[in-house]
Design a protein around this ligand. Structure first.
Ligand code: GLN
Length: 454
């Protein structure tokens, strides 16, 4: 049924870069056989899933939305991919994304943008717009995304889906083509909070192949979502983040956000205002730390080992080939960040830029700590506006970066976050998302409050 749906709508939506109909059908048949045999099944056995094209998949292309990896078929599965395969989830295909996960609209994909299923002239968010659109368009019931600065949560908000960034280190990054290693996390994209909890528990847990993997078991999320589903939030303290509201936030988004806060109060939560003054510097710090890390990560695409190779005429040196290949293989946003990152890391500038950004990162971690001494979870709108028209911010990188004002602090601090649908805007009828944030390793709180709000 999902393959039929993809055939019917993906020509318009373009959520997928590769569709693996044959593989998905044979995995589905194997699941049917297990069921017929009376085998013990995982709760999601046989439920199809779409995978962001930044996660490696044996035998299926992995492009990261970039021309530089066009045609590359990885010889290994990411740990999260291995886990979903082992649990019997058929993989429908790989989803579109901004090139190397840089962007907030999926327009930086080298393979053309994904459209928002709610309105095809609107962006589906980014960088994981393909995963969010696939779920919103009923092409897939579940998807995997990655969130480095909001790429699961912001697409979730603008497509009316649920998106979760787990605690840093609690889901393996092995086989996730790194954007910024200290910020990246894999997480679920679904239509309900309970579905996210089921998928999150499945993909989470320690992985010896990831040196930053935590050893704490990832459990209790499904129970928390079920408890939240009863709608009782008595005893839960919720903090509204003062700095993530007001000026710069669209009035229609704020209206829906305020309604959600009222619902939390009605369900028995104790809602107070909390201040996190360093959050206003989060974006500036992020756009130094992220380019610094990604400029180093992307150095491996040198046209020698894999991916695109462009050989200039004449008698080119290896360096000439690298230059020509990287020039042809990377898009403008990727080049912009490589230049920014190498500049910020160069000797003489390191302390002034990278060092300062790291200090802000510490202040943000301290702001979170202080806030969580007062409340159990924090709440804010997920993104400043509903889905904007395709092309509207393409020539203005700063305007694009502003989409992640509210989502970036959690990546800098390693804390978990969820975006939950909060209804549609009274102005344009498009979805609005509410973001919940919890302390490190307290992801269960997101599910309890998220399921109550849903
Ligand atoms: N939009 C942010 C960026 O461009 C977030 C990216 C992400 O989370 N992968 O960096």
């Amino acid at each position: 049924a999902h393959l039929d749906r993809i055939a019917a709508v993906d020509g318009d939506v373009h959520a997928f870069l590769h569709i693996d109909a044959e593989g998905a059908l044979s995995q589905a048949a194997a699941s049917d056989a297990r069921r017929a045999n009376g085998d013990a099944l995982h709760a999601l056995d046989g439920v199809p899933i779409a995978v962001k094209d930044v996660l490696t998949t044996t035998g299926l292309p992995t492009t990261c939305g970039s021309k530089i990896l066009e045609g590359w078929v990885p010889p290994y599965d990411a740990t999260v991919v291995k886990k979903i395969k082992n649990a019997g989830l058929p993989i429908l295909g790989k989803t579109n994304m901004d090139e190397f996960a840089m962007g907030s609209s999926t327009e930086h994909s080298a393979y053309g943008p994904t459209k928002n299923p709610w309105k095809l002239d609107r962006i589906p968010g980014g960088s994981g717009g393909g995963s969010a659109a696939a779920v919103a368009a009923f092409e897939a019931p579940l998807a995997l995304g990655t969130d480095t600065g909001g790429s699961i949560r912001q697409p979730g908000a603008v497509t009316g889906t649920v998106g979760v960034k787990p605690t840093y280190g609690s889901v393996s990054r092995y086989g996730l083509v790194a954007l910024a290693n200290s910020l990246d996390q894999v997480g679920p994209v679904t239509r309900t909070v309970l579905d996210s909890a089921l998928l999150h528990e499945l993909i989470g847990g320690h992985d010896p192949l990831d040196s930053t993997s935590t050893t704490t078991p990832v459990t209790g999320l499904v129970d928390a979502a079920r408890a939240g589903g009863t709608g009782d939030l008595k005893g839960v303290k919720v903090g509204v983040i003062k700095e993530l509201a007001g000026e710069g936030w669209a009035p229609d988004v704020m209206a829906k956000f305020n309604e959600s806060v009222d619902i939390l109060t009605k369900l028995g939560a104790d809602v107070v205002e909390v201040s996190t003054p360093s959050f206003q510097h989060a974006m500036a710090a992020y756009y130094l730390i992220l380019p610094a890390e990604c400029s180093s990560n992307l150095a491996k695409f040198d046209a020698m080992r894999y991916g695109l190779r462009v050989t200039p005429d004449g008698d080119p040196s290896a360096e000439d080939v690298m230059k020509a290949s990287r020039d042809a293989g990377f898009g403008d946003e990727v080049k912009r960040r490589i230049i920014l990152g190498t500049y910020a890391l160069s000797s003489g500038y390191y302390d002034a830029y990278y060092g300062q950004a790291q200090k802000i990162r510490t202040l943000i971690i301290e702001d979170f700590k202080k806030a969580f001494e007062q409340v159990d979870v924090l709440v804010s709108p997920t993104s400043p506006s509903t889905a904007f028209p395709l092309g509207a911010k393409l020539d203005d990188p700063l305007a694009m970066y502003m989409q992640d004002l509210a989502t970036i602090p959690a990546n800098l601090a390693g804390t978990p976050g969820i975006s939950v649908p909060a209804g549609v805007s009274d102005v344009d009828g498009l979805p609005v998302g509410v973001q919940l944030l919890a302390p490190v390793l307290e992801d269960a709180r997101l599910y309890r409050v998220g399921a109550a709000l849903e």
